[in-house]
Design a protein around this ligand. Structure first.
Ligand code: CTP
Ligand code: CA
Length: 221
């Protein structure tokens, strides 16, 4: 029985995971988004559930099924994700921000569908709140894990985000590698810790990456 149910080493822990990309509305029928599919975040939510955690998953729109026994909160925009996170983070022992949050949103969302007209038009964008930075500023006793999606200067950029957002751990994702990043079932990441340690992982299924992230969290504090 013990082998079948596995290790419940997250029993009694509350884990908040964000996953998927956000959508930033332009008009009633259009939005700006990114290539995130939610697979990494959902894999983390499932792994944490399997290990006995009480899991809340705040998810942007994805085609993935809600994992059973996970409380799922669906959001669309970065602003909505921020609101949901503010509602939930105080109850969490661990927050893992796997979501690909849009950095910018349109300044104006038109009420009517934009009609085509001139040969060229432009869209003015404004910054979204940085949810993870907010969490870092209001961290308390929580363990805070972020992701870094990079196409260049992986270590340097990830290091900066780790520091700026006051994280315990950042999962650095080199989007130029085959079998890494958005849309695929595998990932190739490096784990960077607040104390300067770096653990590079080989290419492996996202579920396995998820379990290693959880193993690592248990070694912190
Ligand atoms: N993040 C967030 N809120 C945002 C933007 C990002 O919470 N508005 C989180 C992501 O969920 C991720 C981490 O911050 O865990 C890093 O996201 P990333 O896009 O790699 O970095 P940014 O800080 O947004 O910097 P840039 O896009 O300029 O590289
Ligand atoms: Ca970003």
């Amino acid at each position: 029985i013990y082998l079948l149910v596995g290790m419940k080493d997250f029993a009694g822990k509350k884990v908040l995971v964000t996953a998927g990309g956000t959508r930033e509305a332009i008009d009633p029928v259009r939005f700006i988004s990114n290539r995130s599919t939610g697979k990494m975040g959902y894999a983390i939510a499932e792994a944490a559930r399997d290990r006995g955690a009480e899991v809340t998953l705040i998810s942007g729109p994805t085609t993935l099924e809600a994992p059973r026994d996970v409380r799922k909160i669906e959001v669309e925009s970065a602003d909505e994700m921020f609101e949901a996170v503010k509602q939930e983070y105080l109850q969490a022992d661990v927050v893992i921000k796997a979501a690909a949050v849009a950095d910018y949103k349109p300044v104006v969302v038109t009420r009517q569908k934009i009609k085509k007209g001139p040969d060229s038009i432009s869209l003015e964008l404004t910054r979204n709140p940085d949810i993870l930075e907010f969490l870092g500023q209001n961290k308390g006793d929580r363990i805070l894990v972020g992701f870094a999606a990079e196409t260049e200067n992986l270590m340097e950029n990830a290091q900066k985000k780790l520091k700026k957002k006051n994280l315990d751990l950042i999962v650095a994702n080199d989007l130029t590698l085959e079998g890494a990043g958005f849309g695929v079932d595998t990932n190739v990441v490096k784990l960077l810790f607040a104390d300067g340690r770096v653990i590079p992982l080989e290419k492996m299924p996202k579920r396995q990456v998820a379990d290693i992230i959880l193993d690592t969290i248990l070694t912190l504090k």
